[in-house]
Design a binder for this molecule. Sequence first.
Ligand SMILES: Nc1nc2c(ncn2[C@@H]2O[C@H](COP(=O)(O)OP(=O)(O)OP(=O)(O)O)[C@@H](O)[C@H]2O)c(=O)[nH]1
Ligand SMILES: [Mg+2]
Length: 514
Amino acid sequence: MGSGPLSSRVAALCDDVGPRLGPAAQPHVLGVRRRLDEPLRVAIAGRLKAGKSTLVNALIGRRVAPTEVGECTRIVTQFRYGTADRVDVVRRDGRRTSLPLDEAGMIPQRLGVSRPEIAFVDVTLTSDHLRDLTVVDTPGLSSTNTAVSAGARQFLFAGQDGDGPDGPSTAAAPMDADVDDDSVGAISGAEAIVYVFTQSVRADDLEALEAFRAVSARLASNPINSLGLFNKVDKLVGGVADPWPVAGPLAADQGRVLRRVVSDVVPVVGLLAETTEAGRLTAADCEALRALAQLPAAARTVLLASVDLFTSRDCPVPREQRERLLRLLDLYGIGFAIAQLAARPQLSSGDLVRMLFQASGFPRLRHTLDQAFRWRTDAIKAGWGLSSLEKLASHTERPYDRELLRDAIERVLQQPEYHRLRLLEVAQLVSTGSVELPEPMEQELTRLALSTDPQWILGLPAAGAEQLGKAALEAATRWRVYAVAGASPAQSRVALVAHRGFFLLSQRIRAGHP
Ligand SMILES: Nc1nc2c(ncn2[C@@H]2O[C@H](COP(=O)(O)OP(=O)(O)OP(=O)(O)O)[C@@H](O)[C@H]2O)c(=O)[nH]1
Ligand SMILES: [Mg+2]
């Protein structure tokens, strides 16, 4: 993804100030600098068995993380881009042991290190999907094994306790602080989170999300960097019935419940996404589906009525093959594939896979990730970098270092572009309910914080530059009036930031580079 303009500026600050700092502060600044060049790190969190690892595999485009019916992810596992496939088991003391992937191309079940000694697993893959996204898989939050659960919590919600001077990079470690810099860097807290749930959102899920909001980065709370995934929607209505007419409205309801914690709730069938994205359907699988599609309609209906009937009925497709199909597609996916093949017997296997991928809901997830996260990466990273440096400035011993850092940070923040960080900050205060604003103002502020497109922000899709410039100035005036008249001190502070934001927008429009 490369770093955008905001994080490049913070990187330049690190390059400039780093070498002039004392030996205590310098490594922290180097750590921040390194981290700014890395892709956005997204943690996949959620309850036990929600389908987190399944979604991780779909995102990576390979089946590398084990997914099971029994509890299976016990260790925080990071997947990042590398020039060779490699599994590094990182111990609490920082030592690494490298392993190859197993013969199925997955993380081996046996890691060769006793579990309590393992800090995390660091997997590098040549997968192109990872070039601009690092994915972190986590153990289920309500794991029956409380130690595991605590590890995941600490990893995800780092920064609440043990807030070190360099913020997430050490605080995020699900372990004692005595690990080497590499390990610390590798598992620093995520900048964004995808929260996976199934069925209804429970009170303790909400608690977990709330906890995440306390992560120390400036922007690391809230709808701006969190996305909800409503997984396993194929299980909603049961059998082969189309779940989407139910899933859409339910996801929208959940989006409203969670509106203060996630930007959106996207319904998906993770299993279908994994199977299609990781290329798991073989020619034999497709042949079996074709054979099933050719059965008389009545026989198909009985077969697809339940998992039990599907595996136990007499049928030309061998039982093991049917069980495999269930593992790959489950009943809804099988029913969907058979319906397509029955309607169009000439359908190629490639087209069938594409249709299954569409039916998984994953395209919308990818789109939302691109829109909601990738787009905001620059600001999220810059905000994280600056808040880490601010924290360092307030903890560091040498007064000279403190001054140097504070001055440099202040200079960066005075740049007009950095106003976007302030905007995100206040938009987040408002969207999380910390500061209340009338609904239309809340929406206007969110649009201003989340986009650079004046037409969208101002709600004037067809307007030209002149009209947009005028509308931006009017908005600026409205916010100033609100700040001065009748607003509480907190509302007033938010309104002044919005005022300046619209003023800067009007200048941008006038200068001709929106
Ligand atoms: N029917 C259906 N099954 C799914 C879906 N997503 C995941 N599964 C299945 O749910 C089971 C659990 O999936 P995992 O990905 O291992 O879940 P997890 O959240 O990583 O589980 P832990 O790591 O143990 O917390 C597996 O058998 C998956 O195949 C889905 O969308 N539909
Ligand atoms: Mg898992």
